[in-house]
Design a protein. Sequence first.
Length: 81
Amino acid sequence: METRYDELTGRLRDAARPARPAPPEFATYLEKVRLHAYKVTDRDVQALKDAGFSEDQIFEHTVSTAVAAGLERLEAGLGAL
C-alpha cells in the first residue's frame, strides 16, 4: 500500500544514507543512538572525538542511525495498520 509519505521517506532515506557503514569504533555509540538516544551524553561524543573522529563524522553517522531507527519504527507502525 503506497502512502502520501512514500516520496518523502524515500528522499529522507536517500539523504541520510542509513545503510552507510560506520567504523567499528562507533558500534557502541550507534547502538545507544538506535535504541536509547535519550541516554547519549557529551562523554559519548567526546570519546569518539578523542579517538580521532571529527564532529562532522560523528554527526553524519548519528543522523544516519537515527533516521534508520525512525524508518524502521515507521514501517512497523504502518505494517500494524
